[in-house]
Design a protein around this ligand. Structure first.
Ligand SMILES: Cc1cc2nc3c(=O)[nH]c(=O)nc-3n(C[C@H](O)[C@H](O)[C@H](O)COP(=O)(O)O)c2cc1C
Length: 226
């Protein structure tokens, strides 16, 4: 190994798994806490309590809560095969999750993509996009009420080669599984959420700067119960 390479390696700062903020350019990558795999509320009680909630406390969400919700939606539960908390047609995994995060102590304001393999959030856009999102979703106030907004999208090219003209409907079905997981995970966390399907596809795509062929499927405002 050359002296130059040894010198470079010695000066790379060590990062523990708990270093949550890694600066990459202006954007940030956040390592999420490991999900909690046990809870105090039964599935039956959770189902009984699930409700759409459109008004939230002003309390901020913690990184632990955001990490738990991301895991419930798309977390990896079979490391060998990469299978996730939600089913996926042919294990093609077309879903993407974006968290619009505002008013949280340990996270810079912005839009973040969830990367299930590493259980991290990767910042894609800086700033508060909730107002822009609200205006392309019939002005629904739950979006600006919420400290965190989840947008679920689907990448058609991952699923279309296998399922052809059924691919789009499979993406919508899969988004339903993902959203229901988030609804159910919210109950023990005493968090409220609602699925929003009334929005302009082009409008949401513009706000999140989505690539062609990536379709917004659901918006879910998320906040602590009042
Ligand atoms: C496909 C779909 C689209 C929806 N779109 C909206 C929406 O745009 N805005 C909203 O506030 N709620 C929306 N909802 C939530 C429903 O209004 C809600 O589920 C319904 O009132 C029943 O209440 P519950 O979820 O508490 O049982 C939607 C639900 C579904 C399944």
């Amino acid at each position: 190994m050359s002296l130059l390479l040894i010198g470079i390696l010695l000066f790379i700062p060590a990062c523990s798994p708990h270093d949550s903020n890694l600066e990459t350019g202006n954007m940030t990558t956040i390592t999420l806490p490991e999900p909690n795999l046990s809870g105090d509320i039964s599935l039956e009680e959770t189902l009984q309590k699930r409700r759409s909630v459109r008004e939230y406390a002003s309390t901020q969400l913690t990184l632990v809560e955001i990490g738990q919700l991301a895991w419930s939606a798309q977390g990896i539960t079979d490391q060998t095969r990469g299978f996730r908390t939600a089913p996926s047609a042919g294990a093609t995994f077309p879903m993407e999750l974006y968290f619009l995060i505002t008013g949280t102590d340990d996270i810079a304001e912005g839009a973040y993509r969830y990367l299930p393999d590493d259980h991290v959030l990767e910042q894609i856009i800086e700033g508060d996009l909730r107002q822009n999102l609200q205006s392309v979703a019939l002005g629904q106030e739950s979006i600006t009420e919420a400290p965190v907004v989840l947008v679920i999208t689907g990448v058609l090219s991952r699923i279309e080669p296998r399922y052809r003209d059924r691919a789009m409907r499979y993406m919508y079905m899969e988004a339903g599984h993902v959203a229901q997981n988030v609804y159910l995970q919210s109950v023990p966390l005493e968090i409220g959420t609602v699925v929003i399907g009334a929005f302009s596809d082009d409008g949401v795509s513009d706000v999140l700067q989505l690539d062609d062929g990536e379709y917004p499927l659901y918006i879910m405002p998320i906040g602590k119960l009042r």
